[in-house]
Every structure is written in structure tokens, then in C-alpha cells.
Design a protein around this ligand. Structure first.
Ligand SMILES: Cc1cc2nc3c(=O)[nH]c(=O)nc-3n(C[C@H](O)[C@H](O)[C@H](O)COP(=O)(O)OP(=O)(O)OC[C@H]3O[C@@H](n4cnc5c(N)ncnc54)[C@H](O)[C@@H]3O)c2cc1C
Length: 421
């Protein structure tokens, strides 16, 4: 690659900007980013919602003029090697990188949309962008009744943040336990205990059926100076569960997972399964088009995690710069800090396989008083997974052993001490 080579990156998020930063010295990079805000790190949004960080704190390193903010790519012309944008401009490329991230999944709830409409009722928010976060934040005050739908990483972060702002929070989780993709049953139970201690009411195996809203034409007469009837905005009043029970709600957070943004790739005829399919060179079926981050599917896997997005961006930058180092997958560590003072604070980390297969060995250290829990899963002499809650001083050493595929030589030391690192 030479400095005349034109690299166009679609998506000014974590992966796209990291790639641009790494490639800057060796190529003419343009990043198209539909969000008009200063680029930010999504991982920190829960801290903004909790009021612990100002939005500015989440800013990603300034990308300079290579980023065209507020410009959305609307079509890829692979024959012409050009990207068409919503402002009418066309960006020609030698290499195109899709770093379009993912969208929040909006669940099929009765009452979520009006027939033919795409507007969420007032009070109902997804939790993916800074705009979502600030709109949600503006509605939260002490005593507000908030229902979080979804008990994964996003739902848990949102519930914790809303409780920190004094909201009365109910978390409705369809699955059997919280963060079931990342945590084993014991760790999940400890996490639930922590959230309950912060005042969050948790309902597991709880399916939400629909939303009840006001603002329909049959609503009660409006107070002078307010709108009513067909013009009145719909506002959520209740969340309806599968058994018909209705939870009162001023605010609803939809935290039902994310879906890779693949529309542009699909329309351009690139292979899409769950994400945009890429090989070990993070390349699609078109040798001029690559994909990285949440939108990419490598070896059947879409990660949806910041660590993988950054690792893929770094790997692609190295490959485009001429260093042949194929990407073979990310050993993704999930880390979550549920911030707060004293007992209101909980750190957790999980990696690899946290639920053992038959024949695996499990070593578990639990301290109910200090609410700490550490567990590792061993297959033969290899560490294949682990989960730590409350006490993370050993996570670095454990994760390095796991990443390196090494046999831990002093497991007890590794679990109870940082192994000298
Ligand atoms: C609230 C929250 C908490 C999270 N917490 C954690 C965590 O604790 N740990 C963790 O590992 N991960 C976490 N994640 C996930 C992490 O943020 C993502 O994995 C990471 O941001 C992926 O980076 P990305 O660049 O692929 O996508 P994104 O950061 O989503 O960036 C994609 C960008 O592309 C833009 N875009 C899309 N289509 C177009 C287009 N057509 N034209 C122009 N621009 C376009 C989007 O607007 C967006 O700005 C969290 C996510 C959220 C929302």
C-alpha cells in the first residue's frame, strides 16, 4: 500500500477510527461517520447514564480531517469502486472497509410501533448511541419508574446506572438468569444479589408481551395548552408481561441485544450470514472490500465486543500496510464495571468457557461475605475459561495464561494473587 492508495472506511466508531489511526501514515484514509457527534467510546455510555462521567470523557482520540462527520454511506458501487453518500458526494476507493457496527434489536412488542410507524413512544429508549443515552438521561430523576427489558450486559449496565440516579428500576429478563451468555449460575446469582442490594427488582423467566401507551385519540380531555387526539405524542405508561400483569413505567429501556449492520453489504451483493462474512484477511468475497468490528463475521463468529473490534482493526491495518499476519480470532474477555462507591461497586470479568463440559475440572473460590467469586474451568491441564466477580486482581494473569493456551503451573497462586504481574 502507498500513500496514494485510497482507503474508505464506513463507520466512525471504535473499529473504524482505530483502523484510520493505524493506517494514517501509509494511506489516504477517509472515514464516513453518520453520527455528527465527536466520536465516543460506547463502552462508557452506562457511566454517562449513571452521571459518573460527562459525555466529553468518552471521546475517542481525535481522528482529524480524515473523518467526515454526519455523512452516511447509502450505496456501494463495487464495479466503479465508489461509495455514494447521503449528502450527494461520492467517495472513490481502492480499498473499502465496512466498520458499520450494530443496531439495537427492537423486540416485537405489541404497542411498540403504531401500524406502519417507526417512532418509539415517548419514554421508550434503545441503548446504543450517545443520543440514546442523553435522551434517556434527560428523563431520569429520583423516583421515576424505569423498566429495563433484557438482562444481558447492556440491560445490567443500564439497570445499574438508572438505579444510581435514584430511579425505581425493574429488570425483566426472559432467560433463567442474568448475563447468561457470559456468566455461570453462581456468578449470575451473585450479580443478581448485588443489583437487588442497589434496589433493582429483578424478574427472570419473565417475557414482556407489549407496551401500553397514552396519547391515542380516545385519551381523556387534555389540559389547556396541551395537545390531544391524533396529534398527541404516544407515551408509555405500562409494560405488559406475558401473563397479563402490567408494570407501571415512566421509562422503558430496550436492551434486547444487537444485530450487525449489514444492509449496505447485502445490497452490494456481499455474503452476509449473521454478520458480513470475512476470511482470515478480514476480507469479504470481493478482494477490495473488508469488514471489521461488530458488523463482521469471522469463522462463524460475531463478537460484539470492544476488544475484538480493536484487535481486528489492528490486524487489518497491519495487513494493508504489508505485514502478512492473518487474523485467527480473538480470545475475548468480557469485562464490566458496575461503578459506585463502597458496596455499590462491582467488577466482573469472564473469558472462554465458563460452564464445564463433562470431564472438565472446576476450581471455585467463593466468599459470600465479601461477595467475591472466582472460578476457573480446566480441560486436561489447560485453562479453558473463568469468571471473576468482586475481586479482579488476578484477571490479568489468568487471561494471559488462557490466551497463551498455557498449562497453569500454580493454579492456586494464579487464582489468589496477580502472579507477580
Ligand atoms: C451501552 C454499551 C455498553 C457496552 N459495553 C461493553 C463492554 O463493557 N465491553 C465490551 O467489550 N463491549 C461493550 N460494548 C460493545 C462495544 O461498544 C462494541 O463492540 C464496539 O463499539 C464495536 O465497535 P465498532 O466500531 O464495530 O462499532 P460501533 O462502535 O457501533 O461504530 C459503528 C459506527 O458506524 C456508523 N455507521 C453505521 N452505518 C453507517 C453508514 N452507512 N454510514 C456512515 N456511518 C455508519 C455508526 O453510526 C457508528 O458510529 C457496549 C456497547 C454498548 C452500546
Amino acid at each position: 500500500m502507498t500513500s496514494e492508495q485510497r482507503v474508505v472506511v464506513i463507520g466512525g466508531g471504535l473499529a473504524g477510527l482505530r483502523l484510520a489511526q493505524r493506517l494514517g501514515p501509509v494511506a489516504a484514509v477517509t472515514v464516513l461517520g453518520e453520527e455528527s457527534r465527536v466520536p465516543y467510546n460506547r463502552v462508557l455510555l452506562a457511566e454517562v447514564l449513571a452521571g459518573r462521567y460527562a459525555p466529553e470523557v468518552t471521546a475517542l482520540p481525535a481522528p482529524g480531517p480524515v473523518l467526515r462527520r454526519g455523512v452516511r454511506a447509502v450505496r456501494i458501487d463495487r464495479a466503479e469502486r465508489a461509495v455514494h453518500c447521503d449528502d450527494g458526494t461520492v467517495a472513490p476507493y481502492d480499498t473499502l472497509v465496512l466498520a458499520t457496527g450494530s443496531n439495537a434489536v427492537l423486540p416485537p412488542l405489541r404497542g411498540l410501533f403504531e401500524p406502519g410507524g417507526r417512532e418509539l413512544p415517548d419514554g421508550v429508549h434503545a441503548f446504543r448511541t450517545m443520543d440514546d443515552c442523553l435522551a434517556l438521561s434527560a428523563t431520569v430523576r429520583p423516583g421515576v419508574r424505569a423498566v429495563v427489558i433484557g438482562g444481558g450486559l447492556l440491560g445490567v449496565s443500564a439497570a445499574r446506572a438508572l438505579a444510581a440516579r435514584g430511579a425505581a428500576v425493574v429488570l425483566a429478563q426472559q432467560g433463567e438468569r442474568l448475563m447468561e451468555r457470559h456468566l455461570d449460575a453462581d456468578a449470575s446469582a451473585l450479580l443478581a444479589m448485588h443489583l437487588t442490594g442497589l434496589g433493582v427488582e429483578i424478574h427472570t423467566e419473565c417475557r414482556v408481551r407489549g407496551l401500553v401507551t397514552t396519547g391515542t385519540p380516545a385519551a381523556a380531555p387534555a389540559a389547556p395548552g396541551t395537545r390531544q387526539g391524533a396529534d398527541a405524542p404516544r407515551r408509555v405508561t405500562h409494560v405488559e408481561l406475558a401473563d397479563g400483569y402490567r408494570l407501571e413505567a415512566d421509562v422503558v429501556v430496550l436492551a434486547c441485544g444487537v444485530r450487525p449492520r449489514t444492509g449496505l453489504a447485502e445490497a452490494a451483493g456481499l455474503e452476509v450470514r449473521t454478520g458480513i462474512v470475512v476470511d482470515d484477511h478480514l476480507r469479504t468475497g470481493d478482494p477490495h472490500v473488508h469488514a471489521v468490528g461488530d458488523c463482521a463475521e469471522h469463522a462463524g463468529r460475531v463478537y460484539g465486543l470492544a476488544g475484538a473490534a480493536l484487535e481486528q482493526a489492528d490486524a487489518l491495518a497491519a495487513m494493508l500496510a504489508g505485514t502478512p499476519s492473518p487474523y485467527t480470532g480473538t480470545r475475548a474477555l468480557t469485562r464490566l464495571t458496575l461503578g459506585g462507591a463502597g458496596s455499590g461497586h462491582l467488577d466482573l470479568a469472564a473469558f472462554g468457557e465458563t460452564t464445564p463440559r463433562p470431564g472438565d475440572d472446576v476450581v471455585r473460590l467463593a466468599d459470600a461475605t465479601r461477595r467475591t467469586y472466582r472460578k476457573v474451568v480446566l480441560r486436561g491441564d489447560r485453562l479453558v475459561g473463568g469468571v471473576l466477580l468482586g475481586e479482579l486482581s488476578t484477571v490479568g494473569a489468568l487471561a494471559r495464561t488462557w490466551e497463551g493456551g498455557e498449562a497453569p503451573h500454580d493454579l492456586f497462586h494464579l487464582l489468589t494473587d496477580d502472579g507477580g504481574h
